[in-house]
Design a protein. Structure first.
Length: 318
């Protein structure tokens, strides 16, 4: 049996409890492998009980010598962290002695404060992108990625993206089959590679009415169908005119535009996670042909499908 890889999760004062979720993929990997592949330790600068921003506390160990770890992850809170000098020195040492060092969400600010992201590609939460760029102009920030691996330095977007980052690490260490099993075990909707965009256009279409929610759900599960106004109206038990009026009132857009967005996002996922030809993808998501899909991509993303595929890159963007 191989020696377990030691993972150190370094928590900052007022950390976000969501940061603890990054440990789950490693625990799940142990369970599916039937052996202890990973040994995860919670750490903080002083050790002892550490209070989270929400008010609870967890027991942590004091920072150990970084060379004792295979991987060190740094998790902060929901606001830009203040990097203590001792922590900055620790992550600088870790960058030299550990195989991997990761800043989770706003933990990227800590790595940047330590000078570790100068000249590197990195990501962080999209909401704080402007502050990050102003503070660290030499970092090549890319907020259109959920996580990035630049040599041995990894960074992730929002805290949920840290789970994707951890699954990506499992895949790097033990292969795709185990990583896929871990993702399924965590009931992740889908595996997301590092090239996935942080924000979904559909988050802007979030209707409160159950009727409109049911229409959107029907569209997502029936993309190969024509999805005409009459089809969608029947799902909502409304006339096409009534559906259009209610849909605009709830979402600010038309049913046709929402269906186009759903199709484009489904096609984008297939572009990023498969090698299917463009024509096959167009057919799969309900576009009549690849040219119609191309025009829709230009309207929604301002880029053609081939460019989206090239930009996605492999598992984690290198």
């Amino acid at each position: 049996m191989a020696t377990a890889r030691r993972i150190g999760l370094v928590l900052c004062p007022d950390f976000d409890f969501m940061g603890l979720a990054v440990t789950s993929p490693f625990e799940m990997a142990n369970w599916y492998a039937g052996e202890r592949l990973y040994d995860v330790r919670l750490q903080s600068e002083q050790g002892g009980w550490l209070r989270a921003g929400l008010g609870g506390a967890v027991a942590t160990e004091p920072l150990a010598e970084p060379e004792a770890f295979d991987t060190i992850l740094v998790a902060a809170g929901v606001g830009i962290p203040t990097t203590a000098p001792g922590l900055a020195a620790y992550v600088r040492a870790a960058a030299q002695s550990t195989r991997r060092l990761a800043g989770l969400c706003l933990g990227a600010f800590i790595l940047a404060d330590a000078g570790l992201l100068d000249g590197r590609r990195a990501t962080t939460h999209w909401y704080f992108a402007s502050q990050f760029r102003a503070r660290y102009p030499s970092c090549k920030l890319d907020v259109d990625k959920i996580y990035i691996a630049d040599d041995n330095i990894w960074t992730s977007a929002g805290m949920s993206a840290a789970i994707d980052l951890a699954v990506g690490m499992v895949e790097r260490d033990h292969g795709r089959d185990l990583a896929t099993a871990v993702a399924r075990g965590l009931v992740m909707e889908r595996r997301r590679s590092g090239g996935q965009a942080q924000r979904s256009a559909l988050l802007e279409v979030d209707p409160p009415a159950d009727r409109i929610q049911s229409v959107l759900a029907y569209a997502r599960h029936n993309l190969r169908k024509p999805l005409t106004a009459e089809d969608l109206a029947a799902v909502a038990c409304l006339s096409p005119r009534q559906l259009t009026r209610l849909f605009r009132a709830e979402t600010g857009t038309s049913p046709a535009k929402a269906v186009e967005t759903i199709r484009v996002e489904a096609a984008k996922l297939m572009l990023e996670e498969s090698r299917l030809p463009l024509e096959a993808i167009a057919q799969e998501v309900g576009f009549a042909n690849r040219e119609r899909m191309r025009r829709s991509f230009l309207r929604v993303y301002g880029a053609v499908p081939r460019r989206i595929r090239q930009a996605a890159g492999p598992l984690a963007v290198m």
